[in-house]
Design a protein around this ligand. Structure first.
Ligand code: DX5
Ligand code: ZN
Length: 228
């Protein structure tokens, strides 16, 4: 199975110095980041408020790799177009807030971005069943969304396996993204379970050398993928 997938490292700027985002992005790009993960929070769906469209637009001007925008907001349909116009190449929306998930995914695709569904730790994989053929990626939350630096929830490993099975059953080669508590101690487990897009905030920007941390995470993930 490993031959079909490649590891993608997506540093989450939530843990970066917001006063120096350009330098933070440049550092992880030097370390080989494939994507920049942008956590958008509205203070309603999650108990935190972070950044919005203007910041995405600004970092899009300086980032050389695609922006992976994770919308932790209550009404994503109202904002999807603005985020794509601002530079989002990938948009993940939460299944928990969308009664018309299929419509939202196709809206994202029609705008020209890759469409992903994110599920919280307490949301069953069955929430994805009827859109498993429509997604460009699935984002498995391995912490409760809202904050960086939380502890990886071990149950996420079997959840990643179940999502992989569901995608295979639907003939969809979409990659699985894992978000929350991914670091040197957990990365091999999530890759072995079937995730290949690896979001990491604290493990990268909480380290004194974000460039080296990005490189280190990739090496660990690639070794786990080769062994899969
Ligand atoms: C949490 C965010 C994550 C967060 C991950 O709600 O979606 O992207 O930045 O941070 P770490 O890697 O520190 O758990
Ligand atoms: Zn995220």
């Amino acid at each position: 199975m490993s031959g079909r997938f490649r590891v993608q490292i997506a540093p989450s700027i939530l843990s970066a110095d917001f006063a120096a985002l350009g330098a933070a992005i440049a550092a992880v790009e030097r370390g080989g980041a494939d994507l920049i993960h942008v956590d958008v929070m509205d203070g309603h769906f999650v108990p935190n408020i972070t950044i919005g469209v203007p910041v995405v637009r600004a970092i899009h001007k300086v980032a050389r790799v695609p922006l992976d925008v994770h919308l932790m907001i209550e009404e994503p349909d109202r904002f999807v177009e603005e985020f794509v116009t601002a530079g989002a190449a990938m948009v993940s929306v939460h299944a928990e807030v969308l009664p018309h998930l299929h419509r939202t995914l196709h809206l994202i695709k029609a705008l020209g971005a890759r469409a992903g569904v994110a599920i919280n730790p307490s949301t069953p994989v069955s929430a994805l069943e009827d859109v498993a053929g429509d997604v460009d990626h699935v984002l498995v939350m391995s912490v409760n969304p809202g904050f960086g630096g939380q502890t990886f929830i071990a149950r996420s490993e079997s959840k990643i396996r179940a999502v992989r099975e569901l995608l295979e059953k639907n003939g969809n080669p979409a990659p699985i993204e894992v978000d929350g508590g991914v670091d040197a101690t957990t990365v091999a487990r999530v890759v072995a379970a079937g995730a290949t897009i690896l979001v990491a905030g604290q493990a990268i920007f909480g380290s004194p050398d974000a460039e080296a941390a990005t490189r280190g995470l990739r090496a660990a993930a690639e070794a786990a993928l080769a062994a899969r």
